[in-house]
Design a protein around this ligand. Structure first.
Ligand SMILES: [Zn+2]
Ligand SMILES: [Zn+2]
Length: 329
């Protein structure tokens, strides 16, 4: 583990003070940007080269780590089952439980480092495309698209777990004032069924200043235009086909959509579709944890694709630069 530990230390040092959500940095002051570009060019660039020399590309390495994580989670689930059946764990099982939990934390850490390395790689490769942008109501979708995605560098004041961008559930197409930071401890259920933490925070003005690759398709449209495209009844068939394509890929691959991870198990989420066929595309699909089991026996963490931004974000992850072709015409 020494290689990953060293990598983690370097990245953490370099990325201190940044809030990264998915593929963008929030709260980007000129000073922060200078630091990002500098560190990306120097230390992070070097780290990425080291990964490539030592281990091949970050993507396949992520797959290896993710598979190890799945194994660890499966073993933890087996111990939980033993506990339920026998009322207690044996001394040896307790030892194993502790070891597995520590191993899981380590693997989740490795995945976060790999995600950061990948982001750094993109900043280095596409330096001229990275710009700061002040998000206004007209492009509220830029925030909507990263809601539910893994966030680094934004910790809960109450419990220090990672915070995740959310929006007021009543809003169909969220506007800027509907967004807030919610603690990921909300999804961690205690024995009494309550959430481990329910802390929320409003977004600071600075959070609307983002640093991102503006070549990405979503930067070419307004929030209104994106909503129109996603909600247009004439496009629903095409969008469902596109989403089903991603769903099929998630089903057969050992990795899901890596911008979204379960806050408990750390695994990348998989795109799924509700059994009941809805008339409307909103709320028909969701991202679920691979540790899900029927009858609430497994992990119930899920992210509903209930807004045009979230649907576009998943299509964007699945199709990259071709995402707008799916949403076009
Ligand atoms: Zn918290
Ligand atoms: Zn989970």
């Amino acid at each position: 583990m020494s290689f990953w530990h060293a990598l983690g230390q370097t990245l953490r040092g370099a990325a201190e003070g940044f809030i990264r959500t998915g593929k963008q940095i929030m709260g980007a002051s000129a000073q922060v940007i200078r630091k990002v570009v500098e560190t990306a060019r120097d230390s992070l660039d070097e780290v990425v080269r080291r990964i490539q020399r030592a281990r091949g590309d970050a993507n396949s390495e992520k797959e290896v780590v993710e598979r190890q994580l799945q194994e660890v989670n499966a073993r933890i689930a087996r111990l939980r089952k033993n506990h339920q059946q026998n009322g207690a764990l044996t001394g040896r099982e307790q030892e194993e439980w502790k070891r597995l939990k520590a191993r899981r934390d380590q693997l989740i850490d490795d995945l976060q480092n790999l995600d950061t390395a990948e982001f750094a790689q993109d900043v280095v490769d596409e330096a001229s495309e990275y710009k700061t942008r002040e998000v206004t109501e007209a492009d509220a979708h830029l925030i909507d698209m990263v809601t539910g995605q893994s966030t680094y560098g934004k910790r809960c004041r109450a419990c220090s777990r990672a915070m995740v961008l959310q929006w007021e559930r009543r809003a169909a197409a969220p506007s800027l004032r509907d967004f807030f930071w919610g603690c990921s401890g909300w999804y961690v259920k205690l024995a009494n069924g309550r959430s481990a933490c329910t802390h929320t925070e409003r977004l600071a003005d600075a959070d609307f200043r983002i640093f991102a690759n503006v070549k990405r398709p979503e930067f070419q449209v307004t929030a209104t235009e994106l909503s129109r495209r996603v909600l247009d009844p004439g496009r629903q068939k095409r969008l469902r086909e596109a989403l089903d394509g991603i769903r099929e890929q998630n089903r057969t691959s050992s990795v899901g959509i890596s911008q979204y991870r379960c806050p408990v198990h750390g695994e990348s989420l998989r795109l799924r579709r509700k059994n009941a066929t809805a008339d409307e595309l909103l709320d028909e699909y969701f991202l679920g944890c691979p540790q899900w089991l029927p009858e609430r026996l497994g992990c119930n963490f899920l992210i509903k694709l209930k807004s045009p931004g979230r649907i576009s974000a998943v299509i964007s992850e699945g199709y990259g630069q071709d995402a707008m072709k799916v949403l076009d015409a």
